[in-house]
Design a binder for this molecule. Structure first.
Ligand code: FE2
Length: 632
């Protein structure tokens, strides 16, 4: 152990020591990872880099005491119970707070943003976060710049306050001029086509809803006579062969739609039936926009008039935006990553192998989520101001999503099997995702089995058990039905869960975040809200009724600017498998990190080679663009 004593200067000088190396008289070098801000003149202790589980310290009074002290200090910052919360409030009003491990005075705890959703870090503002978890100067500056200049960069500033309706589809095209990508061009050109509509359920920003359909839900009364199938087979036959797929947005049923500028907005809970054709395309064959079958809730078909069918697809795409943004993106990646992070900071000392393994996968997550709460879902947030689900709706979607979330749906091999999607052709999210899961799994296994040889060692590591239990309690609200482990009994259970954590924070977030501008910039492909109800009868829709249904110019432009901000990478991003902070110093984990990087590089080359032959490359799970953590 070393002590670091930064002397007091008249001017405030905060230090961020990376590491300390100490050479012994016998010429052996000892590494001490620090990677913490020291902002005051307290003396701080740091352990040597060798990872130690809690029972490795059981015979060392100094070691045991130091990990206890460190956790005690951090738990003052990352508190949990309501009792402690009250104590923190009392302390906050006292003139002098308590310095935490890193010398920054602040008090935080798990906070309840709303009942029934994962708990989060208690922080009123980003300034109240400890320095260690705040953005770097570069990241802050760039993000502010993008947020402020988003509209300017997209040349949309003049349109941002226009509450007028769109009067011609070509006017919307002008929005794309300032910033185009290969995908925005493709989407703009093909947005009306059924094949792109189907494709996006596999490789768009929400690959999480589609499932194989072996029996129609009772509330979706599609009959064999109604649909004309590609290839001419019967619906029953095609279903038996595994060629029929269902997307059911039932979770949106009953969600209160937003009111924007005193105007009611419309959010459907559609059901979509799709067929895999003999030329390996996924084509929609029927759409019902509301859950309850009724005369005024027609089942739309590709054989209907052009605008009946197109408008039905537009209502699906708008429902999809609201569903994926809140459930698939915010809840299943951002909010869960925050739970993993807060639990890690509260329960694992720096010397713990799991701290060393997971800390890089928590970078910037707390701050980006504080910002998301402030800028996206607060009363003045962008979703509240412009999206159909904004306001109450967001919270309802989060609550319903959490109560129906399962552990298996967070583990891609189980998820793909459960949804019956093993054999669907051209499903790149699955292909790349499964390979990434395997690579991460092997890496986690090799690192963790070098520290945990038996199940008994896992069971007796109380710090590790506290970590998972906090996640179960504060993240999944002690809902046993989720299947989330409450404790680890075996080495295998721990490896699978840690793999899921790294996969969720890195690959899964990239898959559901990075394509937002690509698929959403062309508004008709992903309207953030719709301003008229869907047709209740066929044969009435027209180009004009479609334009009247679209969000107005202001809403379109703000929606576009948010997707631009959320899709823009920072120049100080750290990509999957890169560990510039050297928390590990032993030979085994250092070698395993190198092996991990080699495997990721190989996969990246494989994905690039595959993409070179595709009209629309799938890039979001290329390890080269996946960040280590949820940071945007
Ligand atoms: Fe994100």
């Amino acid at each position: 152990m070393i002590k670091l004593d930064k002397q007091k200067r008249i001017l405030k000088d905060s230090w961020y020591p990376a590491k300390v190396e100490v050479k012994s008289p016998k010429n052996k070098t000892y590494h001490f990872p620090i990677y913490h801000w020291i902002t005051d003149s307290e003396v701080y202790c740091f352990r040597e880099g060798t990872a130690l589980r809690i029972f490795d310290d059981s015979n060392s009074h100094v070691g045991g005491h130091s990990r206890q002290q460190e956790l005690k200090q951090r738990q003052k910052v990352f508190r949990s119970s309501q009792r402690r919360l009250a104590a923190a409030k009392t302390k906050q009003s006292s003139p002098k707070g308590t310095a935490n491990h890193i010398g920054h005075i602040c008090h935080m705890s798990w906070d309840v943003y709303a009942q029934g959703i994962p708990q989060c870090i208690k922080a009123d503002s980003i300034q109240s976060l400890p320095y260690d978890v705040q953005f770097s100067f570069t990241k802050t500056a760039e993000m502010k710049y993008t947020a402020v200049t988003g509209l300017v960069e997209l040349e949309l500033i003049e349109m941002a306050e226009l509450k007028k309706k769109w009067t011609h589809i070509d006017d919307i095209s002008h929005l794309l001029c300032a910033h185009r990508t290969q995908v925005t061009d493709f989407v703009h050109k093909h947005w009306k086509e059924d094949s792109l509509f189907g494709y996006q359920f596999l490789n768009g920003v929400n690959p999480m809803l589609i499932r194989c359909c072996k029996a129609l839900p009772k509330n979706f009364p599609v009959t064999g006579d109604m649909v004309s199938l590609h290839g001419g087979g019967s619906l029953a036959d095609e279903m038996m062969k595994g060629n029929i797929f269902l997307c059911d947005y039932k979770l949106l049923d009953g969600v209160q739609p937003n009111t924007i500028s005193r105007k009611k907005q419309y959010l459907m809970a559609p059901l979509i039936l799709l067929q895999k054709t003999s030329d390996n395309k996924l084509m929609p064959i029927a759409i019902q926009l509301k859950q309850k079958p009724a005369k005024d809730n027609p089942i739309f078909l590709p054989t209907d008039s052009e605008y009946d069918w197109l408008l039905a697809k537009i209502f699906v795409r708008s429902a999809n935006f609201n569903f994926y943004e809140v459930s698939v993106h915010l809840l299943r990646t951002h909010l869960l990553a925050e739970v993993f992070t807060v639990s890690l900071l509260r329960n694992l000392p720096m010397v713990h192998p799991l701290y060393k393994l997971l800390m890089p996968h928590t970078r910037y997550t707390l701050q980006i989520n504080v910002l998301a709460r402030q800028l996206l879902i607060s009363q003045t947030g962008v979703l509240t101001r412009f999206a159909a689900s904004g306001g109450k709706g967001v919270i309802t979607i989060l609550q319903k999503s959490l109560s129906s979330l399962t552990y298996s749906s967070l583990c891609i091999p189980d998820d793909i099997a459960e949804r019956g999607l093993k054999d669907v052709p051209n499903f790149y999210y699955r292909d790349d995702g499964l390979k990434l899961w395997e690579i991460i799994f092997r890496f986690v296994k090799e690192i963790l089995t070098s520290y945990y040889k038996t199940d008994a060692e896992v069971q007796k590591d109380s710090e590790l058990q506290n970590w998972i239990h906090d996640i179960y309690e504060h993240g999944f609200l002690s809902q046993a039905s989720t299947g989330i482990p409450q404790k680890f009994t075996t080495v295998d259970e721990m490896i699978k869960f840690v793999t899921m954590v790294i996969f969720t924070c890195s690959a899964q977030h990239s898959a559901v975040n990075s394509g937002q501008y690509d698929f959403g910039a062309w508004m008709p492909n992903s309207p953030v809200t719709l301003q008229l109800p869907p047709p209740t009868k066929k044969g009435k829709a027209s180009e004009k009724s479609m334009l009247d249904t679209f969000p107005d110019i202001q809403t379109t432009v703000h929606g576009m600017a948010v997707m631009w901000l959320l899709s823009k990478q920072s120049s100080d991003s750290i990509f999957l498998g890169q560990y510039p902070e050297e928390h590990f110093s032993e030979e085994v984990p250092c070698q395993k990190i190198k092996d991990f990087q080699v495997e990721l590089k190989r996969l990246s080359a494989e994905i690039k080679a595959r993409n070179s032959g595709l009209d629309l490359p799938y890039t979001y799970l290329d390890p080269e663009v996946i960040e280590n953590s949820v940071s945007i």
